[in-house]
Design a protein around this ligand. Structure first.
Ligand code: SAM
Length: 229
């Protein structure tokens, strides 16, 4: 079973949206969620988890010693799961990486807050920094949910139709073709006739051409990669 261990100052945010729909139904069946309150690993009267940045500047930095104890509790030595620190500085999350993770035993996920975490913690615990996009969130929790949701829907038995996982955007390096459903006419717009022709080969060809057109128009970066440019 895929096991996600999330380290956070706000465990009450979970499972949140991961408790509904596909992911929610599969929770406890196809995947497991463990939450670690980072503050439980702080010491002293005030259980301080952060401190002022060395060198000055605004905000607070999460302390390496506290986080290291939390990670060691979540992932004792020998735990084969990859360790992530959700971070806007990280490598952008891709469907390829998500598929990789879905084939593995799980993930340890550290959610940052404030100005982020002491750099030495990232090095000392071999954390992989992962970003969910070029914008800054107030904390890593939503980013962790994005990662887990993307993985869980690919786990065996979670999605209704197995194919829906392999024909989607990014799976063949392309964005997905347009989808339609009944009614046949909606506000004077018809479903493209080819889709209701019953000719499966023509439908597949049309979908491929549309996927290529949309990728070329909207994501020249993906298109160039596909063409090996
Ligand atoms: N000072 C940091 C910087 O400029 O890179 C931003 C810190 S942010 C306010 C607090 C936390 O939110 C981060 O430690 C990280 O865990 C999370 N976070 C923010 N944006 C993110 C993103 N795009 N992807 C993943 N995690 C993000």
């Amino acid at each position: 079973m895929f096991r996600a261990s999330v380290l956070t100052l706000f465990p009450e945010m979970f499972p949140g949206p991961l408790g509904t729909s596909l992911a929610g139904r599969a929770l406890g069946e196809a995947w497991q969620l463990e939450l670690f309150q980072i503050r439980d690993f702080a010491t002293g009267k005030h259980r301080q988890v952060d401190d002022t940045p060395a060198g000055g500047g605004p905000g607070m930095v999460m302390k390496a010693d506290v986080l290291a104890r939390a990670i060691d509790a979540a992932a004792p030595e020998g735990d084969p799961r990859p360790r992530f620190y959700m971070s806007p500085r990280g490598r952008p999350l891709t469907q390829e990486r998500v598929r990789d993770l879905a084939a593995g035993p799980g993930a340890i996920i550290l959610c940052g807050r404030f100005e982020g975490v002491d750099e030495r913690l990232i090095e000392a615990r071999g954390l992989e920094e992962v970003s969910i996009g070029d914008y800054v969130l107030s904390g890593g929790e939503l980013a962790a949910m994005v990662l887990v949701d993307a993985v869980v829907r690919l786990l065996p038995g979670v999605m209704g139709h197995d194919q829906s996982g392999t024909e989607e955007s990014f799976e063949a390096g392309l964005l997905e073709y347009p989808q339609y459903t009944r009614p046949q006419v909606f506000e004077d717009r018809e479903i493209p006739a080819i889709l209701t022709s019953g000719d499966h080969a023509k439908v597949a060809k049309w979908r491929r051409a549309e996927a290529e057109r949309i990728t070329r128009e909207r994501r020249p970066d993906l298109w160039a990669k596909l063409k090996g440019e």
